[in-house]
Each structure stands twice: as structure tokens, then as C-alpha cells.
Design a protein around this ligand. Structure first.
Ligand SMILES: [Zn+2]
Length: 460
């Protein structure tokens, strides 16, 4: 690995040294959008050449090296105890699946009804941004035609890439929303949309088109990084009475969060449920592959696990990871764990309200599957995004950010005392979990209407 003699910018501060083999530093460097302040962990790897930073180059689904993905998948299926616990939901197949087969002329795909299978069998799912253009999708009049053959040239590139990836990783069944739900049937849309927890939760893994803002973008975006990394610097400085000397590899504090948590896909509100329920996710990031399961966060650069110091999604760290660990716990016998679950809900909602919705009327719909799962664990009732048993404390939600004027309040969507009536990020103060004395009592609460249009009365 080539060692640079200088920092790629002006060194601002350095923090450390620490005894963990790394320290933090920040510097200013010129990027495409001007001068930026960059924060890094500086690592002294025992074997720097073991850290793989793939070149950003144009690749496609047939040539991309998928060995890291194969290894993560095998490692997870065979060795991760947490990832292989049976979930809350009985193992079942989605109503329809796409069956893939390799023929001499290339890959073939057709739509099948899963009832043809005598028992559940392995399949994968796809998470993707639909994008602004209409997608080739399943309509009632196409059911028979697609059951015999799905015309691949009509499909967006992300779908074709996902087919190729699934087959190369040993799977012949894939579920994709627009091809497996009849888009002009209200009843099919309603039935299948209510089963997202099962559909994503029972899949072997989820293929995530993480870097692609539309389904035309494909899985392999391959953007050039802003700054060429890795940057290995030779350091010889003194801090206090300690000396830092040697070759250090600089890794951004935001390596994971900027490529995965803040990617075009994961800033979409609907995708939160897909990420929440998927047991394993193979992210196709803008410059490399990333792996996310309950036991491991990894990337092609850090195949055996991301550096511990990185900033990662709080929704994951405090939200669905602890929630999943507790899914099968009987909270009745361990009441102190209630607050862990409640915090997981708060973090999930906070993250959710930061995400983007095309239709704000979907505010409570797009999180309904997650709420239903929490409901069965908490044995409580979700009322317009708040929990009946802790409703008074849950009312402590507030808008994230200082301004409180000029904000649209959709009272036709949710009652004024629910966070769901606002189109903005909200937060729950952490002390809401530990209020020592509650000075109010709830006399009654009532909500009316559908999940998209709720109104309600709360009497304290
Ligand atoms: Zn795992």
C-alpha cells in the first residue's frame, strides 16, 4: 500500500493517542464542493494490505466479484446465533415470487404462485427506490403473460441486476414489490402490503440498491469517492508525553453512515420497514458492497467487521438491534426491559420522521408494520403512533430543531397530540423513559377513522 508523506489537507486537530491502535484527527481538504472539514480515525493496522479498498470502476452484475457477499452469507447462516433465531412471524412464502432459471439464451424469469411449493423454500427480496418514472409492473391483465415469461428488456436495470446477483449467490426465487403485487388491485395491494414483516422477515437476505436513486440506476453505481482513499500517512509526532510514530490508514468516521444510513435508499421512509424486518442485507453502495445483519456490519474494505469508532445509525444501534434481541423475551417476567423496547420505538420513530415520504398521507401507513410488531412484543395498543400504556410520557415528543412556526399540521391525518400530524423530524426526550412522578392521569382516549386519516380525543 502506498504511503503518502503529507495529509491531503491542513491538519486541524488530533485527539489521542489511545491504546486501541487508533486515534482521531480532522483536517480541512478541498473537495468538489469547496473546502470541507473531514474527521477520521487513524488506524495502525497490523497488516495494512489486508484492508481492501476496491477501485471505483464500471462493473456489472455478471462480472462483479461477489465472493465477499457469498462469505458473509455463509458465515451468517452457519455461525450467527442471533441471526438464526426464529422470528415473531411463522415461516411462510409471499403469495407470488419470481422464479429465475438459466437457459442457453440467458436468464429467464416468470411469475409463480407460491402455493405450488409444498413447503417454504429460500428466496431473496429487493429494496429499491422506485424513482419518478413509471415502472414496468404487474397488472391484472398481465398475470397470465408474466406467469409464462417476464420480458427482461422491459425491466429497469436494478431488477435485472438483482436477478443476476440472486442467481450467482445460489437463489432461484426473488420477491420484488412491483412485480409480485398486482398494482391495479386495491385488495391485493392492501393484503400484500400488510404482510411486509413476513415477506422481508422470512427472506434469506435482502438485496438493497442502496446507492441508486431510481430503479433505472442499477445495483452498481460505482461513483468515484470525493477523496481518493485509503490514505496512508506516515506519522511522527508527539502529543503530551506520548509519541505517535508509524504508518496509519485514515478511515472516515462516517464511512458506514454516509454510504449506508444516509444513502438515497435509506433516506426513504418506506424502506425503513424493509430494513427493519430483513434478517440480512447486502447493500450495493456507491463504491463497494456492505453487509448488515444482527451480528455483523462489514464492507469490502473491512470484511470481518467495521471499525468500532464509526458513527452508525442510531435507529439501528438503539432501535431495531436491541429490539430484535428482545423480540422473544417475555416482558411480563422482565418488566425492566420495557424501557429498552420503548427506547427502540422512540429511536425508530425519530429516524422515520427524518426520512422522506412521497405522500405525507402515508405517515402512519409506512410504519404500521413495525408498530404491529412492537405491539405484539409490548402487549400494548398503538394509538396514532403513541402507546396507550405510556401515553402521557409519549406526549413529550417535540419537534427536532428550534423553529416552530410555518409548519404544516395535517389534522385530517392524525390528532394534534400525535407526532404523525406534522411533516417534520420529531424527537422524544430520553428522560421521557425515566419520569419519576407522573402528575397527570388519562381519563380516556379514542381514535376514529382509517390508518391514513385518523382523528381522536384525549382526555387527561
Ligand atoms: Zn448474521
Amino acid at each position: 500500500m502506498e504511503v503518502q508523506n503529507t495529509f491531503p489537507g491542513e491538519l486541524e486537530w488530533i485527539n489521542g493517542p489511545e491504546d486501541l491502535g487508533y486515534f482521531s484527527l480532522s483536517f480541512q481538504a478541498k473537495g468538489p464542493e469547496g473546502l470541507a472539514r473531514l474527521g477520521f480515525g487513524a488506524y495502525r493496522f497490523k497488516d495494512p494490505d489486508s484492508i481492501h479498498f476496491p477501485e471505483a470502476e464500471l462493473e456489472d452484475a455478471s462480472t462483479r466479484d461477489l465472493r465477499p457477499a457469498q462469505q458473509w452469507l455463509e458465515q451468517c447462516l452457519e455461525g450467527h446465533i442471533l441471526c438464526n433465531q426464529p422470528g415473531l412471524h411463522p415461516s411462510a412464502l409471499p403469495r407470488r415470487l419470481i422464479q429465475l432459471r438459466e437457459e442457453t439464451g440467458g436468464l429467464q424469469a416468470r411469475l409463480i404462485e407460491s402455493r405450488v411449493f409444498p413447503r417454504p423454500c429460500p428466496y431473496v427480496t429487493l429494496s429499491h427506490c422506485w424513482g419518478p418514472s413509471p415502472l414496468y409492473s404487474l397488472k391484472s391483465h398481465l398475470l397470465e403473460e408474466l406467469a409464462s415469461d417476464i420480458p427482461l428488456p422491459n425491466l429497469p436495470r436494478t431488477y435485472r441486476d438483482a436477478f443476476e446477483v440472486a442467481v450467482r449467490l445460489g437463489f432461484t426465487l426473488i420477491w420484488i414489490d412491483s412485480l409480485c403485487i398486482i398494482q391495479d388491485s386495491a385488495s391485493d395491494l392492501e393484503d400484500e402490503s400488510s404482510r411486509m414483516a413476513d415477506i422481508y422477515g422470512n427472506a434469506s437476505f435482502n438485496i438493497a440498491a442502496t446507492a441508486s436513486a431510481s430503479s433505472k440506476g442499477g445495483l452498481f453505481v460505482q461513483e468515484e469517492p470525493d477523496v481518493p482513499w485509503p490514505h496512508v500517512v506516515s506519522i511522527d509526532i508527539q502529543i503530551g508525553r506520548r509519541f505517535l510514530r508509524g504508518d496509519y490508514t485514515l478511515v472516515s468516521h462516517y464511512f458506514w453512515s454516509s454510504n449506508v444510513d444516509r444513502s438515497p435508499l435509506n433516506t426513504r421512509a418506506w424502506v425503513l420497514q424493509e430494513r427493519f424486518f430483513s434478517p440480512r442485507i447486502l447493500h450495493f453502495g456507491r463504491d463497494r458492497l456492505y453487509w448488515e445483519c444482527q451480528d455483523l456490519l462489514a464492507s469490502e474494505s473491512f470484511a470481518s467487521g467495521q471499525p468500532a469508532f464509526e458513527f452508525k445509525s442510531e435507529a439501528r444501534q438503539w432501535g431495531y438491534t436491541p429490539f430484535r434481541k428482545l423480540m422473544r423475551v417475555n416482558l411480563g417476567s422482565r418488566p425492566h426491559l420495557q424501557s429498552v423496547i420503548r427506547r427502540a420505538w422512540y429511536e425508530t420513530v425519530q429516524n422515520y420522521t427524518k426520512s422522506e415520504l412521497t405522500y405525507q398521507s402515508d405517515k402512519l401507513v409506512a410504519i404500521a408494520g413495525i408498530a404491529k410488531t412492537f405491539q405484539s412484543v409490548l402487549d400494548d395498543v398503538c394509538i396514532a403512533g403513541l402507546w396507550k400504556r405510556t401515553l402521557i410520557m409519549d406526549l413529550l415528543w417535540c419537534r427536532a430543531g428550534a423553529e416552530s412556526t410555518g409548519l404544516h399540521r395535517a389534522f385530517d391525518r392524525a390528532p394534534s397530540w400525535s407526532w404523525a400530524c406534522l411533516d417534520c423530524a420529531i424527537t422524544f426526550p430520553t428522560w421521557a423513559l425515566e419520569v419519576p412522578t407522573v402528575m397527570a392521569t388519562m381519563e380516556s382516549v379514542e381514535v376514529r377513522g382509517s390508518v391514513t386519516h385518523q382523528s381522536g380525543t384525549l382526555r387527561l
